[in-house]
Design a protein around this ligand. Sequence first.
Ligand SMILES: O=C[C@H](O)[C@H](O)[C@H](O)COP(=O)(O)O
Length: 238
Amino acid sequence: MSQDDKKTAAARAALAYVEDGMRLGIGTGSTAEAFVRLLAEKVGDGINVTGVPTSERTARLCVELGVPLATLDEMPRLDLTVDGADEIDPQLNLTKGGGGALLREKIVAHASEMLVIIADDSKLVPALGAFPLPIEVNPFGLEATRQSIVDAYTELGQSGEVRLRVRDGQPFETDGGHLILDASFGHISDPKALSDALHAIPGVVEHGMFIGMATLAVVAGSDGVRTLEAPQAQNRAS
Ligand SMILES: O=C[C@H](O)[C@H](O)[C@H](O)COP(=O)(O)O
């Protein structure tokens, strides 16, 4: 089974959580796009849902495929968000932001009663950190913020590097007009401590660790689709 087939299998399995009348957060990335395509088929079959997209890219695909959309301001509480991830640890803590959408993804997930993550099994890891952590930052004082991030890791006993994300020779700009710093420091031993340290840096807008936010992960491998449950999911709207 190809990786794309696994993504589609996970996306298809997650459709089971979508019910008529739901207010849906809709994630970003290749796996989330597989979900949008399947969701659009259900909309075509008559299911009534309204989506809040987590990126301009996802919004464009939804519009193209006829998935009804609202803004988060119009619909500030959501029943369910379905999104992808770059890493999933055994507690269902996540690394997200490989596509640069982490801030809107986190805002939408936080407004959702349930967060269902869809992924192929290559995303399962024993601990977060092999994938560089995307950190969304304000452009002002970029170098000062970069150095503060290095200091935060150093104080936690980790060494590595922080690089500005570049696309087509230009700094990558998020939908919110921010920049992304990718932090490569290896396995994160204490995600909560790192999260607190990063949030204490004024230039950091948000980071891509989603700690205790996922309700379920629907993970596809060659042997089929598994549903993993979070020990306890927090930080969600009710
Ligand atoms: O910013 C992007 C998101 O966090 C994606 O959900 C994440 O990077 C996973 O993307 P993909 O499904 O393409 O691997």
